[in-house]
Write a protein that binds this ligand. Structure first.
Ligand code: GCU
Length: 767
């Protein structure tokens, strides 16, 4: 930046310089200035100083890692156009644990990853070229992250096999320059599956010995190995329950093998029965973490951290803070957040999550006489625990922008910033990220910041009302609408919608008793309908559709209104972004625009599916007559068809009128025609089609036999059939139509994808 050559010096410089050094190095050379400075682990100090008569900009920390963080903080200031002339800033991270988990499989696929294949693994081995992994470590260091577990929590035991360990050591080598320590997810059955023992009982001395030898072997290759993540007795994973042992038994046997090397165990509290009997009104998956772990408080070794998802279910669009945070006074805790947007739009929808995370981090669990927000409990402050902090599931991939949506990276940045300092305002984080990513043009900063800041509640408004959970296909992709998929099965993500009302009664008086897991003031708030905040109403209570909210609206009208408003706001993002043409580089402009246009179309799919489903079950009409009535919409099955045949879409609410048309492979090509009968003028035609990932159908749209648009349906959406995951909108603006014009859509199927069409919509646009 300054056009100067850097030197490594053993003494302080005699000319004006930027000095990077650890505090102990500085103390030795300039005791008068730095003798009093105190910094904890990973902290740093940025200071303008006059040393021996020369002006210096000093970046220092207790450790090299702290110095590195200081350098990134300095660069960030410069990039955001802040002054560095009178610097005197000390920063200390909130908690020692600031980690990320990646759910990468050894074959290179990533569970719940939306940005291409793994940067670590390929075809069952660690990648030969780890350049991207090294770049990722630099990226993590720039936001203060100091640990990374590189493989799926649904761990393949092979990761610990003798011949695999040197491979993971190569990842540690590319992480090390950036102060990121390697961690692995391990399968507790490893001693049996790869170790040749006939048991993995955590109380069996042979099992203890196996773990000990395994980690001795690993530390010989990776001396700074950070520790392991454990998912056990969860979603079909084996665990200590096999031997009637507890999570504490399983955690401790591994922890004792790691302890001599100062390694830690993250034992995930995500332990629940996914074959829960849905017919019992007392059953409640939300209770599982507390039920399983609270009785074990005090039984975990000091190098065990219980890793708790921020809410009691599973990264839904809105959940209350997990009651387990205030249920472990004697145990280290970490909060688990999710950067990869599994239930929040999979990086196809804009959803800035720091706003949501802040609600949980700042939530007072009332675990002591002073306020005890979640951020203080997990960082070990409240109960004075030796360690703890923050973990996020990130799932970056080989795609150029790491997460798939260029604006999705704001979530990773925001996670790092909050793990460093959870007191930061999410608006400030959004602004910082925008400046660092797109520069300091004030139009750009204002626009992107405002889009980011509103995006979570916009997403929530068309996907998961009033704490009911994300109304998505919970047994499949977790992406598009699938309102009923969570009901009547063992997964326990029930919202209990029936003709009379909706919501899970989790009260102590009449429900599952979940509220009893909170401390008294929190319990009292959620037990009563009057004091439960409306945005979590259906998480805690079952109410009739006619129940009146604080806003004065009934629950059912709120569902309708919020979905219409949300879809409109999503369309607004496209317009907001368009004001930035010419202000951001063309490549990212187009890429973001494409994602936002998809979102705007998909928000309509969501809106219609959810509203129609609730209209059906409640039998209560939308006060404004919108639901079920779509001006300008022509159902594909009502068009004049050649080759195309109608079929029923399942679930029915994921297609307009429950039906669509398809062109079976026996046909080369099919067409659907509509004779326009409106007034002459300018129109936009929207074509709602189904873009699956098992074929690349071709579409052409003709007006008066002239092609006005054509495209290939080759997106990588998580869908192999027509429905809420694949429904996609193509907008064809600026068409001149006259009465009697034929609008014809031609579809050419490919593979399993049958060029399916749901409807077209014709809207007049201003001249
Ligand atoms: C969710 C997710 C799974 C994941 C699990 C976990 O249920 O859908 O893919 O394995 O969380 O956190 O372990």
């Amino acid at each position: 930046m300054l056009g100067r050559t850097l030197h490594e010096e053993k003494t302080l410089p005699r000319e004006s310089s930027i000095v990077l050094a650890t505090l102990s190095e500085l103390r030795a050379h300039a005791p008068a200035i730095f003798g009093q400075a105190v910094l904890g682990e990973d902290g740093f100090l940025l200071r303008k100083e006059r040393i021996d008569g020369t002006d210096c900009l000093v970046v220092t920390g207790t450790t090299d890692r702290g110095v590195l963080y200081g350098v990134f903080a300095l660069l960030s200031r410069i990039a955001r156009g802040e002054t560095v002339s009178a610097l005197n800033e000390t920063q200390q991270p909130y908690a020692p644990i600031r980690w990320v988990d990646e759910w990468d499989n050894l074959d290179g696929r990533i569970e719940r990853g939306y940005a291409g294949p793994s940067i670590f693994f390929e075809n069952g081995n660690v990648r030969a070229d780890l350049t991207r992994a090294g770049e990722y470590a630099r990226l993590l260091a720039s936001i203060g992250i100091n640990g990374c577990a590189i493989n799926n929590v649904n761990a393949n035991p092979r990761i610990l096999e003798d011949d695999f360990l040197p491979q993971v050591a190569r990842v540690a080598d590319v992480f090390r320059p950036w102060g990121v320590r390697l961690s692995l997810s391990v399968d507790v059955s490893s001693p049996k599956v790869i170790g040749g023992l006939d048991t993995f009982d955590p109380r069996d001395p042979r099992v203890a010995e196996w773990w000990k030898k395994k980690f001795d072997q690993l530390y010989a290759l990776v001396p700074d190995f950070a520790g392991v993540v454990v998912k056990a007795d969860s979603e079909g994973r084996l665990g200590p329950a096999t031997y009637q042992r507890t999570p504490a038994d399983a955690a401790n046997v591994i922890a004792r093998a790691l302890a001599p090397h100062h390694g830690i165990v993250f034992y995930r509290a995500f332990v629940y029965n996914h074959h829960l009997d849905w017919t019992s009104p007392k059953n409640d998956r939300a209770k599982a973490a507390y039920d399983n772990f609270h009785p074990l408080d005090g039984k975990f070794d000091d190098n065990v951290i219980v890793q708790i998802k921020h809410g009691p279910i599973d990264f839904q669009v809105r959940e209350p803070a997990s009651p387990l945070f205030s249920g472990l006074d004697k145990t280290n805790e970490a909060i688990e957040l999710q950067v990869t947007q599994e239930y929040t739009g999979q990086q196809r929808h804009l959803c800035f999550l720091p706003t949501m995370w802040k609600q949980v981090l700042d939530f007072d669990m009332h675990a002591g006489p002073q306020p005890t927000p979640v951020k203080d409990i997990v960082s070990g402050k409240t109960f004075d625990r030796p360690t703890g902090g923050f973990v996020a599931v990130v799932n970056v991939g080989m795609d150029a922008n790491w997460l798939g949506h260029p604006l999705g990276m704001a979530n990773l940045y925001g996670y790092g910033r909050l793990a460093w300092n959870p007191d930061l305002d999410s608006k400030v984080i959004a602004e910082e990220w925008t400046r660092l990513t797109f520069g300091n043009d004030s139009t750009v900063v204002r626009t992107i910041q405002s889009m980011l800041v509103s995006s979570w509640t916009v997403y929530e408004s068309y996907t998961g009302p009033l704490g009911a959970g994300t109304l998505t296909d919970i047994v499949g992709s977790h992406f598009g609408p699938g309102v009923e998929s969570s009901e009547r099965n063992g997964w326990g993500q029930w919202h209990r919608a029936d003709p009379g009302g909706i919501g899970m009664d989790r009260t102590a008086a009449t429900g599952t008793g979940y509220v009893d897991q909170y401390r008294a003031p929190v319990r009292k708030m959620y037990e009563s309908l009057d004091t439960t905040p409306d945005e979590l109403l259906l998480f805690f209570h079952h109410v009739p559709y006619t129940y009146v909210l604080g806003s004065g609206k009934t629950v059912i009208q709120h569902i309708y209104d919020s979905h219409y408003a949300g879809a409109q706001l999503a369309a607004g993002f496209v317009n907001q972004w368009k004001t930035l043409k010419g202000h951001v580089d063309e490549e990212r402009y187009e890429e973001v625009l494409g994602r936002l246009e998809f979102q705007a179309g998909h928000a309509i799919v969501w809106r219609d599916a959810v509203c129609n489903w609730f209209l059906g079950i409640s039998g209560i009409a939308d006060q404004y007559g919108r639901v079920g009535h779509y001006p300008g919409r022509i159902e594909a099955e009502a068009m004049q068809l050649e080759g195309y045949v109608p079929f029923d879409v399942v679930p029915r609410e994921t297609a307009s009128g429950g039906k669509a048309i398809e062109c079976l492979p026996s046909e080369q090509k099919c067409s659907a025609t509509y004779r326009f009968a409106g007034a002459a003028g300018r129109y936009e035609i929207d074509v709602e089609y189904f873009d699956q990932n098992n074929g690349k159908s071709h579409f052409r749209v003709f007006v008066r036999d002239r092609v006005v648009d054509e495209w290939v349906a080759d997106d990588r959406l998580p869908a192999t059939k027509p429905g809420g995951d694949s429904s996609t909108r193509r907008r064809i603006p600026g068409l001149a139509l006259r009465p009697g014009d034929n609008i014809r859509i031609e579809g050419v199927p490919d593979g399993e994808e049958h060029a399916a069409l749901d409807y077209i919509e014709i809207h007049a646009t201003p001249e």
